[in-house]
Design a protein around this ligand. Structure first.
Ligand code: FPP
Length: 233
C-alpha cells in the first residue's frame, strides 16, 4: 500500500455534466462546488491530510463574462460559508494562485487563511487564478531579487520550492483529473515530478465516495519507484 498524504484533483466536466441534463453551465458549477464539500469530508475520513483542488486557471478568464462571474460568485459564497464554519469544519484553507488577479475576493481569502491557520483538520488548498508556469516565473523573479539583495546565496530545488505558491506543502502523491481528458493543463507542473496520475471518465459533479475509493485502490496498486529499481531486481 502506498501512503497517500496529498491528493490533488483537476475538477473538470462541470459544463458537460450540466449540458447532459439540459441545464445551463452555471448549474454544473453549482453542483461542482457542492461536491468539493462532499469530497473534502470523504478525503479527511480516509486519513488524507492535504487536498488541492484546481478550480480556476489563469486561462479560465477567457470564458464568457457571464460564466466567469457565476464562478466568482460561487467562490465568494464558498468563502463566506468557510469563514462562518471555520471552527466546525476544522480545515486549514490556503489559496494557490496569483493573488493580484482575484479582485475583491482577496480580502475574504486572507481572512479565511488567517482564521483557519491553527485548525488541525484537512489542509484544503484551492487553486484559483492558478497557472504553473506563472507560479514558476513568479518564483524565479523573487529568487533573482533575493539573490541580488544577498538574502540567499544559492539556488537549488529546495530553494525554488520555497518560492512557489505551494511552499511548505508536500508534493501531491496522486493527481486525479475527472471527465476523461488526459492532460495536466498547467497544474502543479513542478510539484508533479513524481506524482501518480489518474484519469477518470466521470465528470466532477459525479465523482462520489465510491469513485474516490476506486481511485485510492488504483493508486495503491501503483509501483512508486522515484527513479530507483525494486529492491529484489
Ligand atoms: C471545470 O469544468 C470547472 C471549472 C473551470 C470551474 C469552477 C469549479 C467549480 C465551480 C468548483 C468550485 C470550487 C470551489 C472550491 C467552490 P468545465 O467547465 O471545464 O467543464 P467542461 O469541460 O465540461 O466544460
Amino acid at each position: 500500500m502506498n501512503s497517500l498524504n496529498h491528493l490533488a484533483i483537476i475538477l473538470d466536466g462541470n459544463g458537460r455534466w450540466a449540458k447532459k441534463r439540459g441545464l445551463p453551465r452555471k448549474a454544473g458549477h453549482v453542483a461542482g462546488a457542492k461536491n468539493v464539500e462532499t469530497i473534502c469530508r470523504a478525503v479527511y475520513k480516509r486519513g488524507i491530510k492535504y487536498l488541492t483542488v484546481y478550480a480556476f486557471s489563469t486561462e479560465n478568464w477567457k470564458r464568457p463574462d457571464d460564466e466567469v462571474n457565476a464562478i466568482m460568485k460561487l467562490f465568494d459564497g464558498y468563502l463566506d460559508d468557510c469563514i462562518k464554519n471555520c471552527k466546525k469544519n476544522n480545515m486549514v484553507v490556503r489559496l494557490l494562485g496569483d493573488r493580484k488577479g482575484i479582485g475583491k475576493l482577496i480580502d475574504k481569502v486572507e481572512k479565511l487563511e488567517n482564521d483557519s491557520k491553527d485548525n488541525t483538520g484537512l489542509n484544503l488548498n484551492i487553486a484559483i487564478n492558478y497557472g504553473s508556469r506563472n507560479e514558476i516565473v513568479n518564483a524565479a523573479s523573487l529568487i533573482a531579487e533575493d539573490y541580488k539583495a544577498g538574502k540567499i546565496d544559492k539556488i537549488d530545488e529546495d530553494i525554488l520550492g520555497e518560492y512557489l505558491y505551494t511552499a511548505g506543502i508536500p508534493d501531491p502523491d496522486l493527481i486525479i483529473r475527472t471527465s476523461g481528458e488526459q492532460r495536466l493543463s498547467n497544474f502543479l507542473l513542478w510539484q508533479a515530478a513524481y506524482s501518480e496520475l489518474l484519469f477518470v471518465d466521470k465528470p466532477w459533479p459525479d465523482f462520489d465516495e465510491q469513485e474516490l475509493d476506486k481511485a485510492i485502490e488504483a493508486y495503491n496498486s501503483r509501483d512508486r519507484r522515484y527513479g530507483k529499481i525494486k529492491e529484489e531486481e
